[in-house]
Design a protein around this ligand. Structure first.
Ligand code: ZN
Length: 147
C-alpha cells in the first residue's frame, strides 16, 4: 500500500506542477467560477457542451496542489463523457474523498485522491473543481463557494 501511496502522490504532484487543459478555450459555451475560502483556491472552469456530451473542458485559476491536480484530472477524465456520467462520477469521487467509498472501482486515475479522506480540511480543495463543474452544467450564473 505504501508504494501505491507514493505513486498517488507523484501523480498529484505532476498534475499540480503541469496541469492539463490549463487554458482559455475559444469556443466554450458554459463556464463557472469556484472559490474555496478555507484555502484560497480559485478556479474558473470552461465547458464546451455538445448536446448532452462534454466535448471539451479546460480551466484557469490558482490554488494549492490538491485543488490544481483535482481540476487537471477532472478535465482529463470528463472529456467526451455525458453530463449524466459526469454527475455520477462526482458522486463517486465525493464518496472517495470523504471516506465513504468501498473501493476505487470505475474511478480510474481519480483514485489518486483516496488519501484525501484522511485530511478533512483538504476535502474542499479536492472537490472544488467538481462543485464548479456542477455549477457550470446547471448554468453557472453564481460563483460557487465551498463555504
Ligand atoms: Zn486548497
Amino acid at each position: 500500500m505504501s508504494d501505491l501511496r507514493t505513486l498517488y502522490q507523484e501523480v498529484i504532484l505532476d498534475h499540480s506542477k503541469r496541469p492539463r487543459n490549463f487554458r482559455l478555450p475559444a469556443d466554450s459555451n458554459r463556464q463557472a467560477e469556484g472559490f474555496n475560502p478555507l484555502c484560497g483556491d480559485r478556479i474558473t472552469l470552461y465547458l464546451k457542451l455538445d448536446g448532452d456530451r462534454i466535448a471539451d473542458l479546460a480551466f484557469q485559476g490558482s490554488g494549492c496542489a490538491i485543488s490544481t491536480a483535482s481540476a487537471s484530472l477532472l478535465t482529463e477524465t470528463l472529456r467526451g463523457k455525458t453530463t449524466a456520467e459526469a454527475q455520477e462520477l462526482f458522486g463517486k469521487f465525493h464518496d472517495l474523498v470523504t471516506g465513504k467509498a468501498k473501493g476505487t472501482d470505475s474511478l480510474g486515475k481519480l483514485a489518486v485522491f483516496s488519501g484525501v479522506s484522511e485530511f478533512p480540511i483538504r476535502v474542499k480543495c479536492a472537490t472544488l473543481a467538481w462543485h464548479t463543474l456542477k455549477s457550470a452544467l446547471e448554468g453557472g450564473e453564481k460563483p460557487v463557494s465551498t463555504e
